[in-house]
Design a protein around this ligand. Structure first.
Ligand code: HEM
Length: 379
């Protein structure tokens, strides 16, 4: 977007009138023809996940109306324009790569859609290591709202919340963050709050098999995808007691640069067969990467995680920190579940992390021209 110098009037009346130069805040993420944005988009610095439950007794018409409004908000705000009836329109001026990605729960679709119109999506099986809390459970609708600027994000959240109010109640709001834009060079793999480089082995939109791993080809849902959301708590007070060698052995990678314990740099292939001079495996077969790694290339998925850190609700440790683990894939039962099952059975990391929230969503393809997100399912 072109940046124009502000006039004296603007300078006098707009609080950000000093913004006459170029800024990353003007950057937009263009809409895609087939897919929703916010999935293959390089992750923005901040994310807010909004979970809604439709008002009791609501039918498909209420959902249509809500999605029309919210999709319109998303398009306008992502372009750096105010939402309709935006009461704080100045806050829409810097879109900061804002994206809003919507999804529906299997339960909602079972309630509102005829069987032949529902994309196939099963709930996750139960996992023994989970300590799920109802407050972070499945909601009917999700919006993954991401932007590089927290004010932009807060404004988008407020507009969406305001427009959804007549149709649904908020089930939860979850905030996540990565590095602020400009802190690390673009393309640097994120670090999670345990200090590990997190996201190294991950399909990239440039990979030949990315489309098949991420986008669904189900009839009537082609170009959509599925989201597995897990709120995973890290027990940082207990992790504090683990020394550096123990921390690296837990993951199977070095803290300094994320290199596998058998390699020299981040993107080296781990050698799971290598042994040390005593004959022990260099990468513990119970380490996180050894357990998460799959020899079946079709078992991979896109991880688009964010850190979270909030005040500990029971104040016992002072902090509730962890990962908003977001996995996008064409078929969660085929791709995500086997990996999660392996981790559930054995993973050294389980001693310090456990899921406290879990949900799955069908993420419809992009809206039709002049349509709204979800129209392929709801019309
Ligand atoms: C790899 C951390 C949960 C799946 C990794 C790596 C780290 C990490 C540091 C190595 C670097 C990389 O390739 O990204 C964590 C933490 C978790 C967590 C701290 C929880 C708080 C999960 C979950 C899953 C998962 C729930 C899926 C069910 C994977 C996969 C890899 C990986 C597939 C790549 C394995 C490979 O090398 O092929 N994780 N992870 N992780 N993680 Fe996790």
């Amino acid at each position: 977007m072109a940046v124009t110098a502000s006039t004296p009037e603007q300078t006098a009346t707009t609080p950000d009138a000093g913004a006459t130069g170029a800024s990353d805040g003007y950057q937009t993420v263009p809409a895609l023809d087939v897919h929703q944005v916010g999935i293959s988009t390089p992750p923005q610095a901040h994310a807010t996940l909004l979970g809604w439950n439709l008002n009791p007794g609501s039918g498909v018409e209420q959902l249509r109306r809500m999605m029309r409004l919210l999709s319109d908000d998303a398009v306008r705000l992502a372009a750096g324009s105010p939402a309709l009836a935006d009461t704080e329109e100045e806050l829409a001026r810097f879109p900061s790569r804002l994206t809003v990605t919507f999804g529906f729960s299997p339960q909602l679709m079972a309630r509102l859609l005829p069987r032949q119109r529902r994309p196939r999506l099963a709930e996750l099986p139960t996992f023994g290591q989970d300590r799920l809390q109802e407050q972070w459970g499945q909601s009917d609708v999700i919006a993954q709202v991401c932007a590089d600027d927290p004010i932009t994000l807060a404004h988008a959240r407020r507009m969406l919340t305001k427009d959804a109010r007549a149709f649904a109640s908020i089930a939860w709001t979850q905030h996540g963050f990565r590095n602020a834009r400009g802190t690390v060079p673009d393309g640097t793999t994120m670090r999670n709050l345990m200090g590990q480089v997190d996201g190294t082995v991950n399909p990239s939109p440039d990979d030949a098999d990315f489309d098949g791993l991420v986008w669904s080809d189900q009839e009537g849902f082609a170009g959509g995808t599925f989201l597995v959301l897990r709120r995973i708590r890290m027990q940082m007070d207990r992790w504090d007691r683990v020394d550096r060698a123990g921390r690296e052995a837990t993951i199977g990678r070095r803290l300094r640069d994320g290199a596998p314990l058998t390699g020299f740099s981040e993107f080296d292939e781990p050698d799971f067969e290598a042994t040390d001079r005593f004959g022990f495996p260099v990468i513990d077969p119970a380490s996180h990467v050894a357990r998460a790694h799959s020899t079946d290339p079709a078992e991979r998925f896109l991880r688009r995680a964010y850190n979270y850190a909030v005040e500990d609700p029971d104040r016992s440790t002072g902090e509730d920190a962890g990962l908003l683990f977001l996995a996008y894939c064409a078929d969660p039962a085929r791709q995500f579940v086997p990996v999660q099952q392996r981790l559930d059975e054995q993973d050294r990391l389980n001693e310090w992390v456990h899921a406290i929230g879990s949900a799955v969503y069908a993420i419809p393809p992009a809206a039709r021209p002049d349509g709204y997100v979800g129209d392929v399912l709801l019309e």
